[in-house]
Design a protein around this ligand. Structure first.
Ligand SMILES: C[S@@+](CC[C@H](N)C(=O)[O-])C[C@H]1O[C@@H](n2cnc3c(N)ncnc32)[C@H](O)[C@@H]1O
Length: 266
């Protein structure tokens, strides 16, 4: 399949899955390779034949959706965002009167951002707040990613944005991998969930929804999901998005606090 054929195919198929082409433009290489492999596995002669196959086999759309998952992530992705979370958001939440802080990482991949926030809590915010616990839930639709999340062993490249002191305190070096120390896995849980189909109950103090909904999903689906995310945020709770993402402009009761950080105010 040529690049042009793949682009045409994605522009045809993505809207049928409520996704949008612009989100995939830069990352299409890996998605196109997976689709090519799928076409070979099905012994189909061309991408046009795969289109017909999809039309007559509705179950195949689920497989195609799984081929379109982009799973890139790393610890402390977007330094400015995690600096703000660590220096402003977490200390504020730690200082509140209620006992625990609850956080949800949507589309958590191998838990790089999920554990980043747990590490920040433990090493930056919690030392002054003895007795408070942060619970973190990571959800993703990809079971392979969740298995890696539970293992919590990473190559050095995943940690390159973390400061040396956070790396040294949070990880043990084992062979060519960095393994998260057990105390940072406490109170962290994972669930397999497709955000389009189900969400945890909440309420949460922080929802991280980064580099998924507001990049890859069509506008109407973004609105539907955002409304449900906000409903799961406590008043004063914080939604964190990707730095290259913008939220639908309707009034969802959020106010921007910093780049990619929104507080629920209504
Ligand atoms: C690009 S990664 C983002 C990881 C992390 N949030 C970050 O910003 O670094 C997107 C993740 O969303 C997951 N994903 C894709 N579609 C999903 C869906 N419909 N429901 C839940 N997770 C999904 C993928 O498996 C992948 O792990």
């Amino acid at each position: 399949m040529t690049d042009l054929e793949c682009i045409k195919f994605l522009q045809w198929s993505l809207p049928r899955m409520r996704m949008r082409w612009p989100g995939f433009r830069k990352v299409r290489g890996q998605v196109c390779k997976r689709i090519s492999r799928r076409i070979v596995t099905l012994c189909l002669p061309s991408v046009v034949a795969y289109q017909s196959y999809l039309e007559s086999n509705p179950d195949e759309w689920k497989t195609l959706a799984s081929l379109c998952r982009v799973t890139i992530s790393r610890f402390y992705r977007d330094k400015g965002v995690f600096d703000y979370v660590g220096n402003v958001v977490l200390p504020r939440l730690a200082g509140q009167s209620k006992a625990d802080v609850r956080c949800w990482s949507v589309g958590c991949a191998s838990a790089e951002e999920t554990y980043t926030i747990r590490i920040l809590w433990e090493l930056r915010a919690a030392p002054s707040m003895i007795g408070k616990t942060m619970y973190v839930l990571g959800t993703d639709s990809d079971p392979v990613m969740l298995e890696r999340a539970r293992k919590a062993a990473y190559p050095a490249s995943a940690l390159k944005n973390l400061t040396p002191d956070l790396t040294a305190q949070a990880f043990e070096h084992s062979g060519d991998m960095y393994v998260l120390r057990a105390r940072f896995k406490e109170s962290v849980h994972f669930e397999e969930r497709d955000i389009r189909e189900s969400m945890p109950q909440g309420p949460f103090d922080i929802v991280l929804c980064r580099n998924l909904v507001f990049t890859y999903f069509e506008d109407a689906l973004q609105r539907e999901i955002l409304q449900k995310l906000v409903a799961r945020l406590r008043l004063g709770g914080v939604l964190v998005t990707g730095v290259h993402e913008s939220l639908p402009t309707d009034d969802f009761g959020l106010t921007a606090k910093a780049s990619a950080i929104y507080e629920r105010v209504a």
